[in-house]
Design a protein around this ligand. Structure first.
Ligand SMILES: Nc1ncnc2c1ncn2[C@@H]1O[C@H](COP(=O)(O)OP(=O)(O)O)[C@@H](O)[C@H]1O
Ligand SMILES: [Mg+2]
Length: 266
């Protein structure tokens, strides 16, 4: 029985200035499952990502990662739990220190999580191979890498701690279309090979369809529709989802996502 890895239970969040960014949201991600979170700009996707990662606390409701509140992960236990929950950002270049070589950025994460110094170079090389980068590229600075390569470095860094769940917030929206497709292929492959669970956020339905087992549609902070990707595409029940689908031009054929061990509950 694979339990839920991530649970948001009736979560609401309002920023100091502004309207409700999330309104009574329930969402869960099972082990090995990819859940696509779709919605237009300003619908609350990144807020949900920040709550899931413990970077923000909800005003009401509860967020749990494997039973732990990610906002209150302290001490050694906290570090162990945090290692299993990682993030792939929208602007990978901005998330890397320009003064660190790509390999050093990944090694730094290993160091934070207690990997002995002598073991780090080999693990870094392995991680680079895993994300489709030649290990020699570890010596380059971020400015000497392409956008797609930088995103692969960010993914390698996220994988460094052996996560069970990665939260990807529009991981391809800053990339050219061809490179986007390559990064999506990589994420699909990691999902399959490592059994990673993923909360995959995008404003682009076609992208979500390609990777996600289930999709959740967010609008103005509320979940207006959710279901298996196949069901949602076959018969969207909410007019907003239909409009999003139409705007998407019907969306291309999906890659079939790897089945999760357990079918998700109806
Ligand atoms: N730090 C912040 N302070 C105030 N309002 C914010 C902040 N971040 C986001 N918002 C507002 O919250 C809403 C949801 O934003 P966000 O979660 O970034 O949406 P998305 O990622 O879907 O574009 C928007 O109305 C946005 O303007
Ligand atoms: Mg966002």
């Amino acid at each position: 029985m694979t339990g839920d890895l991530l649970r948001l239970d009736r979560v609401s969040k309002r920023y100091r200035r502004g309207r409700l960014a999330l309104d009574d949201v329930c969402l869960h991600v099972a082990a090995g499952e990819t859940v696509g979170l779709v919605g237009e700009s300003g619908s609350g996707k990144s807020t949900l990502a920040r709550l899931a990662l413990g970077l923000l606390a909800p005003d009401s409701g509860a967020v749990r990662f494997d039973g732990h509140d990610p906002y209150r992960l302290g001490g050694a236990t906290g570090r162990r739990v945090r290692a299993r929950l990682q993030f792939v950002p929208q602007q990978p270049r901005g998330s890397l220190n320009p003064a660190l070589r790509a390999g050093e950025a990944v090694a730094f994460t290993l160091r934070v999580h207690g990997t002995p110094r002598r073991e780090r170079p080999e693990i870094v090389a392995d991680l680079f191979r895993k994300v489709g980068l030649r290990p020699e590229l570890a010596r380059r600075y971020p400015r000497e890498l392409s956008g797609g390569q930088v995103q692969r470095v960010a993914i390698a860094r996220a994988l460094a701690t052996g996560p069970d769940l990665i939260v990807c917030d529009e991981p391809t929206s800053a990339l050219d279309t061809t490179v986007q497709a390559q990064i999506l292929d990589l994420l699909g492959e990691l999902q399959e090979r490592l059994g990673l669970a993923c909360l995959f956020i995008s404003h682009d339905l076609a992208v979500v369809r390609r990777l996600a087992h289930r999709a959740v549609v967010l609008r103005e902070g509320r979940i207006i529709e959710q279901g298996t990707t196949a069901a949602l595409w076959a018969a969207p029940s909410h007019p907003y989802t239909r409009a999003l689908l139409a705007a998407d031009g019907g969306a291309p054929e999906p890659l079939t996502p790897t089945p999760v061990g357990e079918p998700s509950a109806p």
